[in-house]
Design a protein around this ligand. Structure first.
Ligand SMILES: N[C@@H](CCC(=O)N[C@@H](CS)C(=O)NCC(=O)O)C(=O)O
Length: 209
């Protein structure tokens, strides 16, 4: 198997962390989704990373499909296969993916020439991130993991989203959500997280007072 992706994409990082957590035989290949005629565009008509090449040559996208496929290859599952835990884990992943999308949208807007930037768009994306972090904070229990008393895809996805927020939208969300910050610190020390830190991302990032 081969996983194609960039070093900075949080969606790719979800899959990379899952591969490490489960010690799966999958090669990571750095690939540029903007390259015309490149492997990403050949394998994913949405021109996005991550893309997974399975052992039978099939291409899988997008990241929720890839992580579920990879998770199905060995036990223990990081995504419960049925019942309430499954929907809860999938909702955590949806929340995390939504945070990543909002952070990316804000970041890309901020990279447009100043005269073309929409401050409304930036404010809107920041408000979405704030609402999502408040939701996450309100659902957090005083436990090491989000649910099931063990590390699941929910912990994986939300921690990737929060670290990506630190990377591309550094602001002091920890002051408002100290329990979330404490929970993240416990997840971030896992080898799978340490080994997949994007280049240029220091951990933890804090806004100076
Ligand atoms: N819903 C997709 C989102 C993937 C995505 O947005 N990937 C970005 C990188 S973070 C991408 O490939 N963008 C295309 C580009 O940079 O040209 C998933 O979960 O895989």
């Amino acid at each position: 198997m081969k996983l194609f992706g960039s070093l900075t994409s949080p969606f790719v990082r979800k899959a990379r962390i899952l591969i490490k957590e489960k010690n799966l035989p999958c090669e990571f290949v750095v690939a540029d989704p903007t390259e015309a005629g490149g492997v990403v565009r050949m394998r994913n008509p949405l021109w996005q990373v991550p893309v997974l090449e399975t052992d039978d040559g099939e291409s899988l996208f997008d990241s929720p499909v890839i992580v579920e496929y990879l998770d199905s290859l060995s036990t223990p599952a990081l995504l419960a296969t049925s019942g309430a835990p499954r929907w809860q884990i999938l909702r955590w992943q949806a929340l995390a993916d939504g945070i990543m999308e909002a952070v990316i949208a804000r970041f890309l807007e901020g990279r447009r020439p100043i005269v073309q930037q929409s401050s409304d768009q930036i404010t809107f994306q920041e408000a979405r991130v704030a609402a999502a972090l408040a939701f996450a904070s309100s659902r957090l229990k005083a436990e090491q993991f989000l649910l099931e008393g063990r590390f699941t895809l929910a912990d994986l996805a939300l921690a990737v989203a929060l670290e990506y927020t630190d990377f591309r939208y550094p602001h002091d969300w920890r002051a408002q959500h100290p329990r979330l910050a404490f929970w993240l610190a416990g997840i971030s020390v896992r080898a799978s997280f340490v080994e997949t830190v994007p280049p240029g991302m220091e951990r933890p990032q804090r806004v100076p007072n």
